[in-house]
Design a binder for this molecule. Structure first.
Ligand SMILES: [Zn+2]
Ligand SMILES: [Zn+2]
Length: 121
């Protein structure tokens, strides 16, 4: 068993400077509003599989802010943004993977180890 337990947010706060999450394991993360909005992976933002194109950054206002959030089941958060976008779901695992703190960056670097092998087409 090498699989990591997925941490669960204990508190989510929407602050002027970003979205702050306190995790159950004691970790704290602050995401910039704009950065988090750009990570939206819903079909409206990135297109339907298999025609995913990636988010169009020009469609997102620089001063976008999260205004509200919902808890989806026990695995994800959904944000309502000031640009009225609300279909994006952010699974906890993804949120934790997005944590920009040096500690998590170091852990991700270590976990990655060798670059993933690319299978030729
Ligand atoms: Zn979206
Ligand atoms: Zn972190």
């Amino acid at each position: 068993m090498t699989q990591q337990r997925i941490p669960v947010p204990k508190h989510v706060r929407i602050l002027p400077e970003g979205v702050a999450i306190s995790w159950q394991d004691g970790h704290e993360t602050l995401y910039g509003h704009y950065d988090l909005r750009l990570k939206c992976a819903c079909a409206t933002c990135v297109g339907e599989w298999p025609n995913q194109r990636g988010i169009d950054v020009r469609s997102v206002p620089r001063d976008v802010q999260a205004v509200e959030y919902l808890t989806i089941g026990n695995y994800a958060l959904q944000f309502l943004w000031s640009d009225f976008h609300s279909t994006g779901i952010y699974p906890y695992r993804m949120l934790r993977d997005l944590c920009p703190c040096p500690e998590c960056a170091a852990r991700r670097g270590k976990a990655q180890g060798a670059p993933p092998e690319k299978t030729p087409p």
